[in-house]
Each structure stands twice: as C-alpha cells, then as structure tokens.
Design a protein around this ligand. Sequence first.
Ligand SMILES: Nc1ncnc2c1ncn2[C@@H]1O[C@H](COP(=O)(O)OP(=O)(O)OP(=O)(O)O)[C@@H](O)[C@H]1O
Ligand SMILES: [Mg+2]
Length: 601
Amino acid sequence: MLATVRRNQGSPAPPPTASARILATGTPRLPAAFPSTIGSPSKRKPPPPSAGRQRGARTPSPDPLQSRLPHVQLPESPSRATLRAIPASPSKRKGKQVERPADELPRILPDHLHPLLERQKRAILKSLQHPPEIDEIEVYGEDYPPTNNAAYEQLSELLTGSVVRGEGNSCMLIGPSGSGKTQIVEKAIAQLPSKPIVVRLSGHAQHNDRLAIREIAWQLAQQTGQSFLPNDPEDAEDEEQSAPAPAEQQAEGDASLDADLDVDADGDDDENPFVERAPALPPAENARLAITLPPPAHLLALISMIPTLPRPTIIVLDGFDLFATHARQALLYCLLDTAQACRTGTGSGSGMAVVGVTARVDTINLLEKRVKSRFSGRMIRTACPAKMEHWVQLAQAVLGASVVSEGAKEGADEKEWGRMWAKAVEAFAGSEDVVEALKETYALTRDFQMFRRIMTRLALDLSPSSPFPTIEKLDSATKSQRCPPRLAPLDTLPYPAVCLLIASVHASASGHDTFTFEMLHDAFKTQVRTSQSAPVQVAGGGVGMAFERLVDLRVFVPAAAAAGSVAKEFALHRSGVDRFEVKKAVDVIGQLSLKRWFTKA
Ligand SMILES: Nc1ncnc2c1ncn2[C@@H]1O[C@H](COP(=O)(O)OP(=O)(O)OP(=O)(O)O)[C@@H](O)[C@H]1O
Ligand SMILES: [Mg+2]
C-alpha cells in the first residue's frame, strides 16, 4: 500500500491545474485510466477526495485504453459531479450511470432531462386543476364518514331522481369556501345518464331578480335553441317587432317588472348586455335573440314553464344566500314553488332540480316563511380535508403526477426521470419540516385554493439548477401567500432608533404606556451615565432624528392629537411594537451593551 502511494506521489504528475483542466473538459480518458492502471482495486475502495489529482497523475499511461474510450464517455452534463464514484470496470459503468441518480439526486439537472422537468411542471399544474382523489378511508379510518363522498352520493341521487324519474327536487349544498361544493355539483351533473338542461346562476353576478331571470332566459334558449313561450305566439311576435328598439323595450320592461316584483325602485338599472349587442349580430342571430329575451313582464312566467321543456332542467344557484336578499325573494319563491309542484305531480313533463350552493350556514334562516315552506329542506354538507395527513397525501399525489400520458410508452429518459422524481417527492413529503410547514398553513386555513396557490408557486420555482421540491421552496411559496409584515424589520433600524425602542420598553415596564421624546431621551442619557455597559453616546441630533424616523415608520404612534401649544419633544406617543419584537431585534443585532440594557427592563 505504502509502495503504491509512494509510486503515485512520485510519478510525473502534471500540475494540479492541468488535471483540473482535463477534468473540466470532460475528456473520457480519466475515468478509464483510473480502474485499469492500478493493480489492486481493494486499495481504492474509499474514493479519495482528491481523486482528480490521482487520476491526473495516472494519465501518462493510458495508451492501452485508447481503443476503449468511446464506451466510457461521460455525459457532458453538469450532473457529472454526482457520478463521482466511478465503478471499477468500464463495462459496468454505463448501467451505473443510469442508476446512479436514483440513489443520489443530482443537484443540477442533466441536459437531457430538462424537457422532462418542464413536462413534470405541466403535469403538476394540470393535476392541481383536477386534484387526484385521496383514499379517505386510509387517512381517516373506517369510522370517519368521508363527508364529500357522502355529499356527492346524496346529490347524485337527488339529481338522478329529477332527470330519470321526472321529479321536482330542491336542496342546498353548504360548506366552507374551497371545500369542493362546485366540484361536487359539476361531478354529479356530469355522471347523469342523460344530458339535462343546466342553468348556472351566481348571486354575485345576478344581483337582482331581473338580471337573474334574463340570464335564465338566455341560458335556456342557448341550450334548447327554441323559444320557450310556445303557447303565446303573440308575445313572441310583439317581441320580434320591438327588437329593433331595445332601449324602449328596456324602459317599458323595467317599469312593468318593477311594478310586479318591486325589484329596482330607481329603475335606471344597467342595460342588458345581450340586447345591446343584438344589432351588431347577423340577422338570423338577431331574430333568435329577440325570441330569447321576451319582455321582462313575461319573464317570470318562464319559470313555471321550465317543467314543460323537452329535457329535465337543473338550476344551480351559487351564492344562494345572496338570492335571499333579493326583493321579496320572488325568484326563489317561483323556482321552489315550481319544483315543488313538479314533485307533487301537478307539474307535467320533465323533472326539475334547484340546487342552492352557499358557504353561509344560516342561509335557511334567511328564507321567508312562504319560500321556506316550498323548499324541501334537504341540506347537504361538504367539508375541507380535516386531517394533516390528507394535505400531505394530497401534496404527494399532486407532485407525483406522471409525465407519461396514459397508454403511452415510457422511454429510457422518462424512466430515469420517473425514478429520480419519485425519490425526490418521497423525500419531500416525508420531511418533518415540510409537514410542519403544511401544518402551519393548515392551522390558518383549510381552503384548497390556498393549497393550490402554494403548490403552483412551488412548481413554477423548479428549474434545472434546482429541479426538486425542497422545504425552502415551500417556505418561500407559503410566504408569498401571507400578508407582508406591517413594519420594516426592526433589526435594520439605525443604532439610535434601537436605543429609543429599548427605552420605550423600559418606559412601558415602569407603567408608562405613553411617552414623550424627552422621557426616552432622558432614559437613554441616564443609561449612558450610570452603566458601565452603557450604549455608546450618540452625537447630538441623532436621537431626535431617530425618534422622527420611528414615528414616520409608525413604530411610534401619536397617542394624542397634535396641539400647537405642545412642543414636539413633549408630544405623547405610544409604541406600536411589543417587547418580544424588540427583544428579537436586539438579539439579531447582537450588541452586548444593547442586550444588557434591554434585559434590565
Ligand atoms: N377534499 C378535496 N380534495 C381535493 N380537492 C379538493 C377538495 N376540496 C376541494 N378541492 C378542490 O378545490 C377546488 C375548489 O373547490 P370548489 O371550487 O368546488 O370549492 P367551493 O366550495 O365551490 O368554493 P367557493 O365557496 O369558494 O366557491 C377544486 O378544484 C376542487 O377540486
Ligand atoms: Mg364554488
């Protein structure tokens, strides 16, 4: 062994710079020389940190290996650093090169995997749009009822009743924001055996009944492609005649609907955008619009005709609580009354379902008695994921989205990437820091939208120079979703300002919640005079300016209205930061004199 070492050291080694250059250019000679020039591989087992140098030293005798060089070419990628441990025989190396990253993740992504990183990012963003389903029984155990699954089943059953058996139904979906209400409604509608007419309204957009009814009329006409006033051809004709003068029709319509519904007392509500655009459309489209939007006076009659439409109708009212604020709850009354009539068999033809969606738990109490009596009283609840493991599994499932589309064949690069990525995601989701960070967010909000925003940011932050999810990236993504701090970091304040802050802590400790500049300055001067560990005296003017700066930053806030008779240095102020924040700043600054003074408080 000693002899070998000596031989190595004594050999005509090129200077280190030369060997470094050889390594840097990526010549394939060096790895090949390493295994073959040394007789006993056992002596090389722990690869020395200065392997480059040793390899360099051996370069004078690579001649017999020249013919093998093409086999052992290392990739030109930066990830070569990760392939440091070179296998004993060149023939084995190729296989190892592929497997190596699975054991040890490269810090910088090799070039040939760059497109796969981009595909992975796209797959993550896609899976955030349609989050993968988590096995709730595995997370919550057998006893815990998976709330959203139960909600989905109840809603599906109800809608199937309307669509298949022609029932009239109503229900309310209640749950916090981001708990999957809209998702459940859409999923339940999509799984129905036949395609119903779906009218989607939102209390945020249709903020009065007139707008809501027009929207219903519009959506019905879009989906049925016909007039829905078949029994009253005169009205349709009237309407067609009045179509060229929409403004007139609007004014007239407004007046009659207001009289009928008491909706908009002021009567100058915004124009219907569809009517306004009508003249710009081709004549055929124009005629259709005219049929679509009958005079508002007749609009309410449409609702009672919904069950006579050829297909069953589902009306989804998002922001259901906002509809309850409409005048006399006329629209809700009509809708629920029609649905109930359908249920009791007085309605004819297709079924109808009214689905209210809301995040407000007391919505039922907002309904007037006559409206409530027509509501079926069916309340379906949704909930956000209730356990920490759910979020962790969700994060793992979202990040683990496959880059290979279903049915496609996996190439070698995809396999290599798949292995690497799975390992990185497993390490990420298994890390305690990550669980802790998710817990912090989860303690603040359980809204899935927040999770989506954080994960989107995390995915966008992945780059070839840092291709895998890390706790740092998660932290920065989470931070971007939090409110920025109200105040600038206190430790960046100038020295005199920190002294004043400490003096204000002392003032508050001695019972003076409000203070003046003079009081603080006095405390500061006393500290300088009496203590050996006093803070450095500050040249005149510095403290006064520091005080004004703190007031500007709103760290010190005026405690009384400014009065002309009170000099500036005697104006009362109060501190906007608490003792712990000042302590943190003093600790960060780390000056012993400041620390000692602070601990006296
Ligand atoms: N438990 C969950 N698991 C997976 N994804 C969920 C879950 N709950 C909600 N989501 C997702 O959250 C997103 C938002 O859900 P959705 O829009 O249905 O919420 P919402 O209850 O309608 O919220 P809002 O009251 O704000 O309208 C959807 O993309 C949905 O896929
Ligand atoms: Mg919603």
